[in-house]
Design a binder for this molecule. Sequence first.
Ligand SMILES: [Zn+2]
Ligand SMILES: [Zn+2]
Length: 588
Amino acid sequence: MAEDDSRITRFLTNLSKPFRRRSTPEPTMPLYTTGIQEPVMAQGITLPALYAVAQENLVLRTIISKLTQEMFRRGYYWEKKFQFCCVSCGEEYSDSVDACKLCGSPVREPDVEQMLYPKWLLKQENSMEQSFLHILYEIENDLNITDDAFLILIKEYHVDPDTSEIAFYRVKEVIRGDPIFMRIVSDKRGVRGGRYKVCTLHREQIAYPGQEETCEVCGNEMQDVHYVNMAGSGKTQYYVEGEVIHLSKYNPSKLYGKSPVNTMWRQAMSLTAMDNYIYTAYQKRRSPKGIISVTTDNLESMKSFWKSVDEKMERDPHYIPKVGIESATGRGGVNWVKFMDTLDEMQYIAVRDEIRARMSAFYGVSNIFMIDNGKSGGLNNEGMQILVTNRAVEFGQKVYTEVLFPRILKQLNVTDWKLTLYPNEEEDEITRLRRDEMEVNLAQRMMMLGYKPELMEEGERDIRFSYKKVDPQQGMPGGQPGMPPGMPPGMPPQGMPPGMPPQGMPPGMPPQGMPPGMPPGRGPLPPGIVNPGGQGVGIRNRGPAAPQSRTSAGSGSPITSVQQRGPQPTIAQQNQKKLGDAGRLKGA
Ligand SMILES: [Zn+2]
Ligand SMILES: [Zn+2]
């Protein structure tokens, strides 16, 4: 990609040589002033407070940690960005080609050398003994709390001793920058930089606008500062372009994202207050549970009775006082006056569930995910917990595979490879094998169309093929099940998959003895095939339903569910079914 960029840049530079250039003004933001930008928080909440509530609140913490676990559950792998790439125009091909289809130049395979150092680097722990995945956990945590994450690439600059110029650099380690202290430096448009300049080698040399732009120590030209770390008063650290990667997950903008925890601040605090209430109610008993009022003619004897009860209760908390009440008048009695509202009366559960559901909805985590077995059968559900969050996981992973990883790789000068997170599909071994099987079937059919499948090696992933067109003149190499041209029609090839017209068949020729998959309603079916079209329900001996007796238009496929499963359910029926499914989530 970097090569591609520079190629286009060169082209544009050459193109505009004789001309002067002017461009559309970029809008300035009245709220921005050039320099260090501060993230905007609603309700005057500070960044440390966001972290505190996210850590304190059990629900919030559960949501965030489960989401993070699911996203990185299966780890990452290196993948070829392309199978072949044009050496001249940079066009990338995912199947095998002999020459560029656009310009005809020769193609090359991904450069393995390129990947060796980055692969090694990411396998190392950083100086805080963190593996790369642990850094990603931290990044994801930051994104879910503040919607801003900073990844700092610690670079080692190699300086030419004669000229004191930077010859090259290597990325030594990768660490997380704390969003509480990291700030973006931008001008009024939000364009990074524009205020401070710093010497890459001498970070204490800072130049403000209008100052000398070369380092006093080494004379190198100073670089624009894009990010600063404000930790430690008066000891601001300056980072130049390419040393810090900033990203947002939910609201990417010119500057900062928008914190989800800030938005759900009141809900989170309500939950915390509720938990506190329960805690004090059960543990400390701040307010008495109630008052016992006794109507009695003899107050003194009652006092001494309760005193002895209290003493006995102190020794044995399970002591049950036995009370006899003497009453000369025959009136009086014992009354229980209750103080504490019960949880039911406060609708505690309902409110808590409502808040919890809203918070988990934002993150795309289902309530079921939080082992909420109140409604849905507990352990029976384990299979579907993950299914529910597949989308949230997919969205979350895209932030890495499409934003963060390409930016890291750009700094590592990797153009031919990409880093990918394993998708979190809920799958067991059978599902996976079944998908592999389908892939192999597809490869067989592609072979019959005259393509040569080649197994792609991508991590420990599923079976995937890339296809290469084989010249029909030379034919298929060695005993392929493809139909050789000129074979008499009407002879079904062995191992032919359904629906496949044999190669070399004259057009318009009615197929005879066609295997299953033939469009229905075209002539009599061979005996023994009771169920054309693949999937079916039950045994059918009257042949397929005629397309003209369909009750709906179908979805465009020649084989619709209409033939197989009766008429489409009405909207009301569908709603009814969905309501039913929602009631018993298992299998929904
Ligand atoms: Zn090309
Ligand atoms: Zn310097």
